[in-house]
Write a protein that binds this ligand. Structure first.
Ligand code: DC
Length: 231
């Protein structure tokens, strides 16, 4: 029987990490885990509880409430996809809004929040056979992952792709709002004290500016296949 591995995909916002991670997981019959969805679900909760808004963030209230917040993934019977659940309820439909996108990086700066998320992420990787995307997967969550990719692309291209995705899923948003959100999140994700977005020394760095999804998938698979046949 082939051994399973852990594949970490990190990178800046909207580089297509989740799209390619999903494709790779499907191809390998692995589980895809969107670690950003966990931070988004927590942010959605914090907004509902009014711990955070545009001009205010009561970090202590959020930290004190962390023991009441349970985030995990369950496979949806309708879509056969793993959806993020907040205290037992799927929140997939609520976590991609601009209000969550604009605040999630702030929530993700908090060390205690990250500690709780990483615990769940470790449990999801126990049996390997996962593709997980995020910002600190290859550096902090799974530093021993068998394969690590770091994706990047120009912010203009990333904003164009993300804008199209959001418009296609009926979000009312302008291109400039998407671009400034991407720049805001990149800045916060790279400059935070706890687990900032950096390139792991053993990551394979890929710029996705000029390649199609099929080419990207083939490129990733060219690194995966030799590892699987070695086992
Ligand atoms: O992958 P995403 O854009 O949906 O992630 C949303 C935010 O969550 C991102 O701006 C930073 C944070 N995040 C993080 O800090 N660590 C991760 N492993 C994944 C996401």
């Amino acid at each position: 029987m082939l051994n399973k591995i852990i594949i970490a995909i990190d990178g800046t916002s909207s580089t297509g990490k989740s799209t390619i991670a999903k494709r790779l997981a499907k191809r390998l019959k692995y589980v895809y885990i969107d670690s950003g969805a966990m931070y988004r679900a927590l942010t959605f909760y914090a907004i509902q509880k009014e711990y955070i808004s545009k001009n205010h963030f009561d970090t202590n209230k959020l930290i004190n409430d962390l023991s009441n917040i349970y985030i995990d993934f369950k496979e949806s019977k309708e879509t056969n996809k793993f959806e993020v659940h907040l205290n037992g309820m799927s929140v997939e439909k609520h976590i991609r809004s601009l209000s969550v996108s604009n605040l999630v990086s702030k929530v993700a700066t908090i060390g205690k929040v990250r500690k709780q998320m990483v615990k769940v992420q470790h449990s999801l990787g126990l049996n390997k056979g996962i593709v997980m995307d995020g910002r600190d997967i290859g550096t902090v969550v799974f530093p021993n992952a068998e394969l690590k990719f770091y994706l990047d692309a120009s912010s203009d291209l990333r904003a164009k792709r993300r804008f199209k995705e959001l418009i296609d899923s009926n979000h009312d948003i302008s291109y400039n709002e998407v671009l400034s959100n991407i720049n805001l999140r990149d800045g916060q994700d790279m400059s935070r004290k706890n687990s900032p977005l950096t390139v792991a020394s053993d990551s394979i760095v890929i710029n996705t500016d000029d390649i199609s999804l099929d080419q990207l998938e083939n490129k990733l698979l060219s690194h995966v296949t030799p590892l699987l046949s070695k086992k």
